[in-house]
Design a binder for this molecule. Sequence first.
Ligand code: AMP
Ligand code: MG
Length: 417
Amino acid sequence: MRESPYPMVSVEEALAIISHQVAPLPAGSGLLQEALGLVLAEDVRAPADQPPFPASIVDGFALRAADGDLPRRLIGEQMAGYVANLAVGPGAAVRITTGAPLPAGADAVVMVERADEAEGWVTPHPGQDLRTGLGIRAVGADVQAGQRVLAAGQALGPAELGMLASLGMARAPVHRRPVVGVFSTGDELVEPGQPLGPGQIYDSNRPALLAAAAAAGGQPLDLGIIADQPGLLEQALSAALARAEILVTSGGVSMGELDLLKPLLARWGTVHFGRVQMKPGKPLTFATLLAHEASDLPPRPVFALPGNPVSSLVTFQLFVRPAIRRMLGFTQTGLPRVQATLGHEFRLDPERPEFHRVTLSREHGRTVARSTGSQASSRLLSATGASGLLVLEQGEGLLPAGAERPVLMLNDVWLSE
Ligand code: AMP
Ligand code: MG
């Protein structure tokens, strides 16, 4: 039996090596429309107060609190979006809408529901706490000029993007999205939509990995199917390194005659590991390669994933996704983890820790994990519909139902009963 020349590293060692080799991409100025999910590279401070003028928070009547319950004469109206030239003196009121600037002289706004209006006069209902400031948002009530509203390292979701827009910013200082090149290797592979010849199969890894790259926040770059021929692989690799900031390949890293990728990576760069002690995904290989000779760009991370469809997806989620997230500027790069109760027995693997695809459900106050069935690394059905990866330690025998183990979450799951 042939022996791999690569020492077996643990999952933890592999992750440490990747995080050491991969750095956040430099920050640039990104358009808000393209910044969803990106990470701020700098703190953001408010250039001005919010609101910049005292504003009404209700539809009603702007008036002077000191006049109490007495009727006021309506002298005009102030809607949002301009400043009407009105001054509210004693015994006067102005009709006002939500968000409109408070007219000079007024110091309170009574809701339209709490006043009677007739023939040009308005009378506040008695018994309400009519005081200075009622119904008004003061200057700087929401945000004060100079206040730090967002911090470097924070990811931009809908609320954060809205915040930036409210400050008048059309662009934000963010880490760029890395271009994630993906190619498949294998003489047997055919593009979906084309007829299959004898001995051929469809390339399912590339669509799955391109989708995983996009879901992780990368900018996917489809580099096609490459046949198992040294010359073609070299060409593909060199073209890929010119365009992709992180490269993901599948296939050609096991111990077969046509597994040509590892030696090629070793000749062109540094292979940091070529085997990981895990199931599935043992042949996972990680290298760094210069974009081209004498390049002053940092070396490109290259992940050569095993060809089996489940192995390639699981190793992507466990190792490539953190690399992409690190390039994006995240400090939390791993999959979210929950503790789950086993819904049935699980057999441990005596040689390797296993990442077992499971569904999760909420039962009697517990989060229960159940296997998606046969975990053959060719069986994509073990991954479809899976909520997460149950982390099983290497060991002998069976884990009983009811035991607790961590699950790495792959999807948003609704965990209520
Ligand atoms: P390899 O890692 O190249 O030895 O491939 C391992 C297994 O995965 C073989 O059965 C391949 O046919 C299969 N395989 C490799 N690449 C792909 C792909 N892109 N899509 C579907 N199956 C693949
Ligand atoms: Mg192959």
